[in-house]
Ligand binder design. Structure first.
Ligand SMILES: [Zn+2]
Ligand SMILES: [Zn+2]
Ligand SMILES: [Zn+2]
Length: 252
């Protein structure tokens, strides 16, 4: 599987308009450190799917991708905004969009146009060509799902947005051992909240799950500057865990 992180920020993006914090200033000096709202492209031998489309700006990377489906983690603006533009897709038969039941209360779903909407239940499995996608309940301020996305050899767990993982999801992941975990790291080391993980909690979760590769993403501007964060994560976790940036591509 080829995994491309097209967007790796929280709702605000980086740099934030008129912000003089160290993280935004670093991004102004180094444009490759700009972050846009969540969007992950996953491509297997047969299928191409998106997890979230948080910004219209991702469209420029998707024009030549024959998308099979979009899986929405939850219906906060920074995870669905780009879907508004995708409503005009000319894909034959429309574009299937899967999302957690109970999160329909946004205007996007009043007029989905070419989007073919499907609600999901906890631990439901969906098959898209050679990929199996399983829903994993998360701890967020609205209904939110993580997804385990696997072919017959490897699997990727996308875990955002979330506070500490619910027990059911945690033990399910322990049993299924994903090859790679991509996890919410909104806050700087030492910080966290009920609805988002900080870097320390994310690293602890990675350790507890016993996975061998991990990516920290959904990074807010009040997190540390990229260079400091990379150094800190390497000191804490060695080469196992990397800090995401927009455009990061991984093979699993
Ligand atoms: Zn978010
Ligand atoms: Zn800032
Ligand atoms: Zn959210």
């Amino acid at each position: 599987m080829l995994v491309t992180l097209l967007g790796t920020s929280d709702a605000a993006g980086i740099p934030v308009h008129s912000c003089d914090c160290a993280t935004c200033q670093e991004a102004l000096q180094a444009p490759w450190l700009h972050r846009s709202q969540t969007c992950i492209l996953i491509q297997s031998d047969e299928a191409s799917i998106l997890v979230d489309m948080g910004s219209d700006s991702h469209m420029r990377n998707l024009h030549t991708v024959n998308l099979d489906a979009v899986f929405v983690t939850h219906c906060h603006d920074d995870h669905v905004r780009g879907l508004f533009a995708l409503r005009w897709t000319k894909r034959l038969g429309g574009l299937p969009v899967y999302y957690p039941r109970g999160s329909e209360a946004i205007e996007l779903f009043d007029d989905p146009m070419q989007l073919r909407l499907h609600t999901l239940k906890d631990f439901e499995e969906v098959t898209i060509k050679d990929l199996t996608i399983t829903t994993l309940p998360l701890a967020h301020s609205v209904e939110a799902y993580g997804y385990l996305i696997g072919d017959d050899q490897t699997s990727l767990a996308v875990l955002l947005d979330t506070g500490r993982l619910p027990e059911t999801t945690f033990y399910w992941l322990i049993t299924h051992r994903p090859t790679l975990v991509m996890i919410d790291s909104t806050y700087a080391p030492g910080l966290s909240s009920e609805h988002h993980l900080g870097v320390d909690e994310a690293l602890e979760t990675i350790d507890d799950l016993g996975v061998r590769r991990a990516v920290l993403t959904h990074i807010a501007h009040h997190n540390w500057p990229y260079r400091d964060l990379v150094r800190y994560v390497y000191e804490q976790d060695g080469a196992r865990t990397v800090v995401a940036y927009d455009g990061l591509t991984l093979t699993i």
